[in-house]
Design a protein around this ligand. Sequence first.
Ligand code: NAG
Ligand code: NAG
Ligand code: NAG
Ligand code: NAG
Ligand code: NAG
Length: 651
Amino acid sequence: MVNFSKSFSVRTKYGAMATVVFASIYVVGAYISRARKMSKEEHQGPRLTRSMSIAVLHGGQLALQRLFEYHEARADKSAVEIAECELKTHLAEQHPDYKKLQSVIGKLEMSGKEAQAVEILKNATAKARNEGRNHEAYEYEMLLVEMLIYKGDFKEALGRECLRHAEISDARRPLFKAIVHIIEGNKNEGTKYWREFNDLKEEFHCTPCMKESMEECQLHKLSTNFNEFEKVVDILKKDIIEAPLFSYPATYGEHKYAIPTHRTTCSSPVFFSDYWMVLKEIQNLCKNSSWSSSGLRYMQGKAETFAGNLSTQERIPYFVHYNDSIEFPCGFLKKFPISNSDRTDMENCKGVVVVSAIFNDHDKIRQPRGLGSKTLDNVCFFLFIDDVTLKGLVYHRLIPSKSKNYKIGAWRVVKVLSKGLYENPAMNGVIPKYLVHRLFPNSKFSIWIDAKLQLMVDPLLLIHSLVVSENADMAISKHPYYIHTMEEAMATARWQKWWDVDGLKRQMETYCENGLLPWSPSKLPYPSDVPDSALILRRHGLRSNLFSCLLFNELEAFNPRDQLAFAYVRDLMSPRLKLNMFEVEVFEQVVVEYRHNIKRGGGASGRQEVGLKGPKSKKTKRVGPDLLYVNGSCCGKCQKYLLEMWGESES
Ligand SMILES: *[C@@H]1O[C@H](CO)[C@@H](O)[C@H](O)[C@H]1NC(C)=O
Ligand SMILES: *[C@@H]1O[C@H](CO)[C@@H](O)[C@H](O)[C@H]1NC(C)=O
Ligand SMILES: *[C@@H]1O[C@H](CO)[C@@H](O)[C@H](O)[C@H]1NC(C)=O
Ligand SMILES: *[C@@H]1O[C@H](CO)[C@@H](O)[C@H](O)[C@H]1NC(C)=O
Ligand SMILES: *[C@@H]1O[C@H](CO)[C@@H](O)[C@H](O)[C@H]1NC(C)=O
């Protein structure tokens, strides 16, 4: 074989690629307790990282380092996206830093991006080999083998050429073989390679007992014990085989129609703190008994509609909160039809809740990704569905038809008997979207996520960086294009996102008449009047609850297109909402967006978003550019608004 092997062995002696196991007792202990836990929970348990398990095996500084990076990377999608960038960058360098590469690879694995990493590494290996850079080709291929193991492609991993070079002193060769054989149940082979690994790593003279820590020293002993090794591999095996939080039948198509985004840089627009620190901080915040979870008293009783069908004049006085004993109208003037056991579970959710809803079978259920290992124990995930959606889930056998308490992956699924509520499923969908604080009266923080989105970052990290650290009541993304409410209204009419154009007109006229102004710098620190409301993060308290109640009342009065009422409510309410309107780049970083379900035979036209357009029986009215024109003359009550928006007023 080529003589790069010699130089490589020398290299390793200086520690560049030293692979000596000295896992910590702490780590192995954590693994063992997790193993016990997993057998109880079966695959309900959180998906744990496989690289954490391999880190235990790998040993050496690299392994420890990866362990430290584990939570940062795993629960932080931005770190992972950067990792993909970094991987490509490192591979393109003249003198690749293998240590860095190794840790980047670890990050990719942690986020389930093994497939991408495998492709990138295969290309890099082939390229290096073609160009005669054999040492690099060998190193890349070793990384590739590791990634293939993570991915569960054991055969392919064992077949790679780099594992045949017995002349190279690299402890990873027998290590990887030992792992695969143990996973595949060949204990004898596994033991053989394990011994070889142990012999080989002795050559590195890198005894952990030289280190300061006694703990590491004890660990070294542990790591030389085959039974411990086998235990750890078993956990790795479980992680590989039970990787996803939930597996859907292929027909369900959870991941169809993702909408691509175009990120160009390696830098992240949002910073996330350390997972463990965040977990602790949020737990403490939620425990604080002096939390005034509401400060609002709500109107009770019965009405014709869910929110009481208040007129404009009836709604306006509630915008100013001046007396704690005033009862606010905030939905629930009709019974919200869910089962008692669901209601109890919802009331028991006392910290952070993530809420979503699928009405009219409009979306797929998508599982959150990047969850930290303690998140499912500390955050409730609730998904509201109606009968139509339920039928679809039963059809795909995601829910047994007779069962009562539905759980699909992370989501606790709650069926709403929506017949008695609103005629329009989209209107029913905004009940959990805006009245989270009433559905979960004991929760302290919430994240609303449209079912067209998949959460890619741990919800605790999101709440921490977008709400807690910003000292905000609410966090929401800016709209990618619009800053004035009127722009959104015109687009809504133009693209027929709402069928009742006269209603839109009435709504805008009402808002102009009652004080809505176009966005201008005088509204700062609010940077825009139009949000993308598919993701809403809230700290439940007086201001955000007031905002949510007022907004919901507007939705009932006009239509479920919540962007239109957003600035009107925000600007007129008092006390003022502390709002973090973040950049679209952040939004794109923390969620993946998918298209809604395509409805077969849904609408006549190409646009088939039935759920948003209201009942099919109503005729869709085409609009010209006439949203602005009332009885032939421009703009009616919005004349002043429009002049200001177009910059034509003198001010
Ligand atoms: C790898 O190489 C193939 C064939 O040359 C190419 O189509 C593909 O885009 C490459 N993938 C990456 C991630 O560079
Ligand atoms: C609890 O909340 C109160 C009021 O919001 C605050 O002043 C106090 O510092 C909090 N206590 C802890 C332990 O966070
Ligand atoms: C809502 O109130 C209006 C009058 O203010 C009335 O015409 C309408 O029928 C009411 N709607 C319902 C569903 O009660
Ligand atoms: C609040 O309203 C109640 C009932 O209307 C009244 O008795 C009370 O004095 C008011 N409190 C304040 C501070 O205005
Ligand atoms: C438009 O004209 C109709 C009939 O002439 C009238 O009933 C309606 O109130 C007018 N609308 C506005 C906003 O002036």
